[in-house]
Design a protein around this ligand. Structure first.
Ligand code: HCB
Length: 224
C-alpha cells in the first residue's frame, strides 16, 4: 500500500506532473507518513530516474525542467511539515548554504537546508550560482559554523575548492567547517579539495553537520 503511494510519487516526478505531486504529498501528510520518507522513497527516486533517462537521451531538458517543477510542488507541501520539527529545538549551529558558481541546480540544496532547519540549525541559503567570495562574506557576517556547498555538474565541482580558497583568503578557514555534496561529488573529492566532510544526501548532511559541530563546540550540541 505504502509502496504503491511511493511508486505513484516517483511517477509524478517522471511525468513532470506538479498537481499530482502536490496532491500525493498532501495525502502523505494527511495519512501521517513522515515527510522525509515521502521525499526519499517517493520523489527523489523519480529525480534519479529522470537523470538516468536524460543521460541516455530518452528525456530532454524541458522534461527535466518539468520534473524539477513537480519536485518543487511536492516540496512546497512537505517543507513546512519538516520545518515544524525544528521549531522547538535549541539552536544547533549556523549554516551558510549555496550552489557553486555556474550551477543552477537547487533541489538537493534546498532539501539539505530544510532538514538542517528541522534539526535546529539556523540556515542561510545563498541560492544558486554563488561565487566563493559570497560564501565567505556571508559566513563572516553571520559568524557561521558551517558552509555547505552543493555542485551537480562535473564542471562546477571544482568551484567547491574555490569556496574553500575564498574562506582561506578571508581568514575564516580555521573557524568555519566546510561540507560538500551533490550528485557527482564523492568523499574522495571532498578530501582532495580539503573539505571537512562529504554528505551523500540530506540525512547524512544533518549527521555530518552535527559531527562537525561536535568538533567545534561540543557543549552546544549536547543540548539539541
Ligand atoms: Co541537470 N543535470 N542540467 N538540471 N539535472 C543532472 C545533474 C545530470 C547528472 C543529468 C545527467 O546527465 N544524467 C547532468 C550533469 C552531468 C554531469 O556534469 N556529471 C545534468 C546536466 C548536464 C544539466 C545541464 C548542463 C543540461 C543542459 O543544459 N544541457 C543543465 C545545467 C544548468 C546549470 O546548472 N548551469 C541542467 C539543468 C537542469 C534543470 C534546470 C532542468 C534542473 C534543475 C532544476 C532546479 O534545481 N531548480 C535539472 C535537474 C532536475 C537534474 C537532475 C535530473 C536532478 C537533480 C536533483 O534535483 N536531484 C540531475 C540528475 C541527477 O542528479 N541524478 C540532472 C534530486 C536531489 C534531491 O538530489 O543530488 O541534488 P541532489 O542532492 C542531494 C545530495 O547530492 C546531497 O543531499 C541532497 C539531498 O538528498 N547534497 C548535499 C547536495 N548538495 C549538498 C551540499 C552539502 O553540503 C551536503 C549534501
Amino acid at each position: 500500500m505504502l509502496d504503491d503511494l511511493f511508486s505513484t510519487m516517483r511517477q509524478s516526478i517522471i511525468d513532470g506532473a506538479p498537481d499530482m505531486a502536490s496532491t500525493l504529498a498532501q495525502q502523505a501528510v494527511a495519512s501521517g507518513i513522515a515527510p522525509i520518507d515521502a521525499i526519499n522513497r517517493g520523489y527523489v527516486p523519480g529525480m534519479h530516474e529522470v537523470g538516468e533517462q536524460f543521460a541516455k537521451g530518452q528525456m530532454f531538458l524541458p522534461d527535466m525542467m518539468a520534473s524539477a517543477e513537480a519536485m518543487r510542488a511536492a516540496m512546497a507541501v512537505l517543507d513546512p511539515e519538516l520545518k515544524k520539527l525544528g521549531e522547538e529545538r535549541p539552536m544547533a549551529g549556523t549554516v551558510v548554504l549555496g550552489t557553486t558558481k555556474g550551477d543552477i541546480h537547487e533541489i538537493g540544496k534546498i532539501l539539505v537546508g530544510t532538514l538542517l532547519s528541522a534539526h535546529g540549525f539556523r540556515v542561510h541559503d545563498l541560492g544558486v550560482d554563488v561565487a566563493g567570495d559570497k560564501f565567505a562574506a556571508k559566513a563572516l557576517e553571520l559568524n557561521a559554523d558551517i558552509v555547505g556547498v552543493s555542485a551537480l555538474l562535473t564542471t562546477t565541482m571544482r568551484n567547491q575548492k574555490g569556496v574553500i580558497e575564498a574562506l582561506e583568503k578571508a581568514g575564516l578557514r580555521s573557524q568555519v567547517k566546510v561540507m560538500v555534496g551533490g550528485a557527482p561529488v564523492t568523499r574522495r573529492w571532498a578530501e582532495e579539495i580539503g573539505a571537512d566532510g562529504y554528505a551523500k544526501d540530506a540525512i547524512s548532511a544533518v549527521e555530518l553537520a552535527r559531527e562537525l559541530m561536535q568538533k567545534k563546540s561540543p557543549a552546544v550540541l549536547a543540548q539539541t
